[in-house]
Design a protein around this ligand. Structure first.
Ligand SMILES: [Zn+2]
Length: 251
């Protein structure tokens, strides 16, 4: 099969993204938005390039909306689960997991190792509960730090510091509840690199100024985080380390 042809589409926010055009014996043009936000178009063989470009241009706003929804959804596990000897990713760094006996259950990070102390190291349920609590705590601490660092810009625009919460949710990386003045973040951020965390914090803080994704929203976001487009691309996909964990669970 020949390599798909690449076209470019400029979205309403000014971002230009690639669209792979695959020509096939199909009757109608179909568009798929991949989990990483790239586009794949299946196009009838006879359809002209001009018609494909016209379709993309006509549907740019709709594509941008759908794509935002897809990119806002975490493609990483929301609950940390790891056994003795596993390697996990925490904010982009690899940590080796060591489960050890101790009367006082706790997680301690030291020398690129996550020490998980449990009264009974063979107690799977207790290990999972402890790891889930640890994950929530470190994501909350990290997102608080991200929001505090970004806050001066929002403070200058008359915004009061919001309540920051973290949940085990797969629905979105983050969300903003302007009525309650709360920002909610997913524990899946545990598996994301720090620049992506900065992007998610900046995005949700910007919603305190603009509830929608209009031009004003992107103007504020660009003022706070000039490289927000690059940072957004760092969203983790269910990658090697997560897949390894899933496989180990099956064993
Ligand atoms: Zn948003």
């Amino acid at each position: 099969m020949p390599d798909p042809q690449q076209e470019r589409l400029t979205l309403p926010d000014g971002q230009t993204i690639g669209a792979a055009v695959i020509r096939k014996a199909v009757k109608r043009l179909t568009l798929r938005i991949r989990p990483d936000g790239s586009l794949a178009l299946t196009v009838p063989r006879g359809l002209s390039r001009a018609a494909v470009l016209a379709f993309l241009a006509d549907n740019a706003a709709r594509i941008a909306r759908k794509r935002d929804g897809i990119l806002a959804r975490p493609h990483a596990p929301v609950t940390l689960d790891a056994r003795d000897g596993d390697t996990i990713l925490c904010f982009g760094r690899a940590l080796r997991v060591a489960v050890l006996p101790s009367a006082r259950p706790r997680c301690v990070e030291e020398n690129e190792t996550l020490f998980v102390y449990l009264p009974d190291p063979a107690d799977d349920e207790a290990r999972r509960k402890l790891l889930a609590r640890f994950q929530r705590e470190v994501v909350l601490r990290e997102m608080q730090a991200q929001c505090v660092a970004l806050f001066p810009y929002f403070s200058r625009h008359g915004v009061a510091y919001p309540t920051v919460r973290v949940n085990h949710t797969r629905a979105q990386w983050g969300s903003c509840l302007p009525d309650k003045h709360e920002l909610h973040f997913s524990t899946a951020l545990f598996f994301a690199p720090r620049p992506f965390l900065t992007y998610v914090a900046a995005h949700e803080l910007t919603h305190l100024l603009c509830p929608d994704h209009g031009p004003a929203f992107y103007a504020h976001l660009a003022a706070v985080l000039p490289d927000h487009r690059e940072a957004r691309r760092l969203a983790p996909v269910l990658g090697a380390s997560a897949r390894e964990t899933e496989k180990k669970k099956e064993r």
